[in-house]
Ligand binder design. Structure first.
Ligand code: SF4
Length: 317
């Protein structure tokens, strides 16, 4: 099957919906979640390729919170490629060491890249991932990140966080080609800036090694294979992460059951969620009501009464 010029082997991602409108819903849900709230790193507020390149190189070995003051100080001192190119290399390396930014080679490469931009590109930053890869010390990942965040001109980013998200959400096997293919498929055409920011934010905030699906309001719970199955292992999380309880798994089962039946009265839903469901037991109507009301608060289901006064849960579509 071919879609938007990309070869699709659906066997590579059994849980990736194939209907175009559902793919659109998946994309919209993630972008809306990201735009409603995200960590406010200063390099997310700029489209200047030099500033973004500096942030990417610094972030390779340093925690993001610690990168912020170093990034600001670096740009105060060398605000543009020409300033950096004119600097003494020893001063740049000295800055790197004094801010504990990891291997000094990165400072040398950054200095060299600024020189290339001034001398080889006449001060004009290259705009495509291929051209950006020609810069000293800029590998495919960084080139793509700069092309995306500065020029909205990149491919889908695939890093450890993105692999974890795609593996859990769409059951993508632990295979680099499959990750690349599915990452490209889910990214909306021509929206690499917002999309790559959003999916990396999802991996950093909601879908960490111990996922925080509900508290972080993950926008993909409705489609997520791991949320439905309760298996949250991932390529970088070989052991099932421990949770404070199994409530998430039961929530996932409610969603998957309602996907199949659309709507069910609580006493019909309950036995499909727990084998030990008994209307008046410990895990009975009261327990299940709490569960579906939580899901209603998250806009995933609606809860109403039918003509006989029984509580009915319905999947919100
Ligand atoms: S529902 Fe949970 S496991 Fe699935 S993508 Fe969202 S955060 Fe990750």
């Amino acid at each position: 099957m071919t879609q938007e010029g990309v070869e699709i082997d659906d066997g590579d991602a059994p849980a990736l919906p194939t209907a175009p409108d559902e793919r659109d819903a998946i994309r919209t849900a993630l972008v809306e979640w990201y735009e409603a709230d995200h960590r406010d790193f200063p390099w997310r507020r700029t489209e200047d390729p030099y500033e973004i390149l500096v942030s990417e190189v610094m972030s390779q070995q340093t925690q993001l919170d610690r990168v912020v003051p170093a990034w600001e100080a670096f740009l105060d001192r060398w605000p543009a490629p020409a300033d950096l190119a004119a600097a003494e290399r020893g001063d740049v390396v000295g800055f790197w060491s004094s801010h504990s930014l990891g291997y000094n080679n990165r400072a040398k490469y950054l200095h060299e890249a600024a020189t290339q931009i001034v001398e080889d590109y006449d001060g004009e930053f290259p705009r495509t991932p291929d051209e950006l890869s020609e810069l000293m010390g800029v590998g495919p990942y960084t080139a793509n990140a700069v092309a995306s965040f500065a020029f909205n001109n990149g491919e889908a980013v695939v890093d450890t966080n993105v692999k974890r998200v795609l593996h859990r959400a769409f059951d993508v096997p632990d295979d680099d080609d499959a990750f690349e293919r599915v990452a490209s498929l889910v990214m909306p055409d021509g929206e690499s800036r917002v999309w790559n920011n959003a999916i990396m934010e999802l991996g950093g905030v909601a879908c960490g090694k111990t996922p925080d699906c509900d508290t972080a309001g993950c926008p993909w719970r409705e489609w997520c294979h791991a949320y439905e199955s309760g298996d949250f292992t991932a390529p970088d999380v070989p052991e099932q992460p421990s949770f404070e309880g199994s409530r998430r798994q039961f929530r996932g089962r409610v969603i998957s059951t309602l996907k199949e039946f659309d709507e069910l009265a609580l006493d019909d839903l309950g036995p499909r969620i727990r084998v030990d469901y008994a209307p008046n037991g410990e895990y009975g109507r009261e327990w299940l009501t709490g569960l579906v009301e939580d899901l209603a608060d998250d806009d995933l289901v609606t809860v109403d009464e039918d003509d006989d006064g029984a509580t009915v849960a319905k999947l919100r579509r």
